[in-house]
Design a binder for this molecule. Structure first.
Ligand code: AMP
Length: 282
C-alpha cells in the first residue's frame, strides 16, 4: 500500500489502473479510522479491483468555532488499518495541496443543505461538496463509498453527483455501532467516561423511534416527543436537533410515509454527536 500526498501522484496512479481496464473504489474520510470506516473500505475492496482511501481533515467544512484543530489524527494507525482492510493507496494531502493560494471556487447546493446539520453548521456542506467534488476530479473512481451515519451528507452527495453529472456511482453503507449501541465516530474519543455513558441516549432514542415506527405509529410529533424525552432525561446531553424529514427533500414531515430520515444531533458535554434511522417505503 502506498501513501501519496500530491494530486499528480494519486491521479497518475489511478489513471494507470484505468488504462488497464481496472475498476477503482474511493473511500473519502477524515482519518482516525474505526470499524465504521473499515466497513466502507472492505466493501470497496470487495466491489472494485483497486481502492483509494482519502484521509484529509478538510478545513473548509469546519466553522470558526468548531473542532478543526482538535480533530484527532493518527496516520500511522490509519495506514495499518487501511493496509489490513486491503486498500491500495492512501491519499493524504496537505491543506495547501487541496487549497493552494488564491483558491476561490466552491460547490454550493440549495435545499437539501439548508436543513438538519446545515442549520447549525451553515458552511459545512459547502465545504463537503467542494472537497468531495475535488476528490472525484482528482481520483477518477468508478464507485465512492459513504456511510449512512451521515445520512444527510449521503443524500447531498447523491444529489450533487446527479446534478453535476459526475461519472461515479455513490454507494451508501449501514451505520456501524459499538456493542452498546453508540454509533462509531472519530469524535467519540473526545468523551470522558461519564459522557461516554451519557452518549447512549442517542442510540436509545433511535431505537425508541424505530420501535414506534415498527409498531405502526405514524405521527412524527408523537415519535419525536418520545425520543426527545429520552435525551432530555440525561443531564449531560443537550439537543441540537431531533427531526423527521422526507429523505428526498429534507423537509419536515408530520406523518411517516414515503422514505423518511429521522436524524439527530446532540451535544454530550462539548462533543456534538449525530445518529439517525431511515424508514424506507415498502
Ligand atoms: P469521517 O471520517 O467522519 O468524515 O467519515 C468518513 C466516512 O465514513 C463517511 O462517509 C461517514 O459517513 C462514514 N462513517 C463514519 N462513521 C461511520 C459509522 N459508524 N458507520 C458507517 N459509516 C461511518
Amino acid at each position: 500500500m502506498k501513501i501519496l500526498s500530491t494530486v499528480n501522484e494519486v491521479r497518475s496512479a489511478v489513471k494507470a489502473w484505468k488504462k488497464e481496464g481496472k475498476t477503482v473504489g474511493l473511500v473519502p474520510t477524515m482519518g482516525f479510522l474505526h470499524e465504521g470506516h473499515i466497513s466502507l473500505i472492505k466493501r470497496a475492496v470487495e466491489e472494485n479491483d483497486h481502492v483509494v482511501v482519502s484521509i484529509f481533515v478538510n478545513p473548509t467544512q469546519f466553522g470558526p468555532n468548531e473542532d478543526f484543530e482538535a480533530y484527532p489524527r493518527d496516520l500511522e494507525m490509519d495506514a495499518k488499518m487501511c493496509e489490513e482492510a486491503g486498500a491500495d493507496i492512501i491519499f493524504h494531502p496537505e491543506a495547501s495541496e487541496m487549497y493552494p493560494e488564491n483558491f476561490s471556487s466552491f460547490v454550493n447546493m440549495t435545499g437539501l443543505t439548508d436543513a438538519l446539520c446545515g442549520k447549525s453548521r451553515p458552511i459545512h456542506f459547502q465545504g463537503v461538496c467542494t472537497v468531495v467534488s475535488k476528490l472525484f476530479n482528482i481520483i477518477p473512481a468508478d464507485n465512492a463509498y459513504f456511510g449512512e451515519k451521515d445520512a444527510q451528507q449521503l443524500a447531498i452527495i447523491k444529489r450533487m453527483v446527479k446534478d453535476l453529472n459526475f461519472d461515479i456511482t455513490i454507494k451508501g453503507c449501514p451505520i456501524v455501532r459499538e456493542s452498546d449501541g453508540l454509533a462509531k465516530s472519530s469524535r467519540n474519543t473526545y468523551l470522558n467516561a461519564e459522557e461516554r455513558q451519557a452518549a447512549l441516549v442517542l442510540s436509545k432514542a433511535v431505537n425508541c423511534g424505530k420501535e414506534m415506527v415498527a409498531a405502526g405509529e405514524k405521527d412524527a410529533c408523537t415519535i419525536l416527543t418520545a425520543m426527545k424525552d429520552i435525551i432530555n432525561a440525561e443531564p449531560l446531553a443537550r439537543i441540537d436537533y431531533v427531526e423527521m424529514v422526507d429523505m428526498n427533500t429534507m423537509k419536515n414531515i408530520d406523518t411517516v410515509s414515503g422514505d423518511v430520515l429521522c436524524a439527530m444531533a446532540v451535544f454530550v458535554g462539548k462533543t456534538r454527536l449525530i445518529d439517525n434511522f431511515i424508514v424506507l417505503e415498502d
